[in-house]
Ligand binder design. Structure first.
Ligand code: CUA
Length: 310
């Protein structure tokens, strides 16, 4: 069950800090708003009295100014400490290193490792183990995007030619939705990301599964799909263990295991997979996936093969 995007229902340390800051601002500004209303009511009620109370008025204005200064000081202090805490990864464990590259209009996700053979490349899905910090390095290839996982952290821009970063420390299991938060072109609204916070055991299982190459096709239809994917589709997509090495589009080695297709646009089920292959521009106009001229049987074969890539 996917959790609704919400910055005020934090599921991680960094989102807790920003949500706490929001509560502080809401509390302080709410308090002053009520005070202003109270004084306004009081002034209206007393409007017919004379101005014999000048001295008392001066004292209360001075008190009022002091209170406002105190409130603003509190907000400044709160912001300062929240900003400082956000700069730390936290968690007391070695963080997982992830590199995310924003593309028009999808996310490339790379789990880095000192051993290059243990590097995982996936797309549009971020797996995170519960209670372990992750340091995400952010880059963009085309225009400025912004990563926003409301339940885990605030927004961070991804800027071409510059590297930024974000730290998250998930504290609740769940399937969260993330979204590109910077207008980046035609399909900006459809540039989403599934974020799965899993138990350490589930995460380890996912990681070892993701390190495996694609299985060989077995049925005749799957073999036909394999020929299409490693032929017409290989200029853009990579499938580990096959001759497909393209890097323009998402890596498809484990595409069938992902929750959604086309950056959160479609549920990852057979009917949508076939429709996506048949008419990418009908599903996601402007996307960089072209319509490959394939027969209906070819499309079914391609989908049948892709479904084996778990
Ligand atoms: Cu990428 Cu908006």
């Amino acid at each position: 069950m996917i959790v609704v995007q919400s910055a005020i229902h934090p599921a991680g340390d960094h989102a807790t800090i920003t949500s706490g800051l929001f509560s502080l601002f809401l509390g302080v500004t709410g308090f002053f708003f009520l005070l202003v209303l109270l004084f306004l009511g009081w002034a209206i009620w007393r409007k017919d009295r004379g101005s014999a109370e000048d001295r008392k008025l001066r004292v209360s204005v001075a008190g009022w100014a002091a209170l406002i200064t105190l409130g603003l000081f509190g907000l400044t202090l709160g912001s300062y400490f929240a900003d400082r805490s956000l700069a730390f990864v936290g968690g007391g464990q070695a963080p997982i290193k992830i590199k995310m590259t924003a593309q028009q209009w999808w996310w490339e996700v790379e789990y880095q490792s000192d051993d290059p053979s243990r590097t995982i490349i996936t797309a549009n899905e971020l797996h995170l183990p519960l209670g372990r910090p992750a340091e995400i390095q952010l880059e963009a290839d085309d225009v400025i995007h912004s990563l926003w996982i409301p339940n885990l952290a605030g927004k961070q821009d991804l800027i071409p030619g510059r590297t930024t970063d974000m730290a998250v420390l998930p504290r609740h299991l769940g399937h969260y939705r993330a979204q590109c938060a910077e207008f980046c072109g035609l399909q900006h609204a459809h540039m989403a990301l599934d974020v799965l916070v899993e138990t350490p055991a589930q995460f380890a299982a996912w990681r070892s599964r993701s390190l495996q190459a694609a299985p060989a096709p077995t049925t005749a239809e799957q073999k036909r799909g394999y020929a299409i994917l490693t032929g017409q589709c290989s200029g853009c997509h990579a499938i580990s263990g096959t001759p497909a090495f393209g890097t323009v589009g998402p890596d498809l080695t484990h595409v069938a295991s992902r929750a959604s297709l086309a950056a959160g646009e479609l549920p990852n089920i057979r009917i949508w997979l076939e429709r996506w292959i048949a008419d990418p521009q009908g599903v996601k106009p402007g996307s960089h996936m072209p319509r490959v001229p394939l027969s209906a049987a070819d499309i079914r074969a391609a989908a049948a093969y892709l479904e084996t890539l778990r």
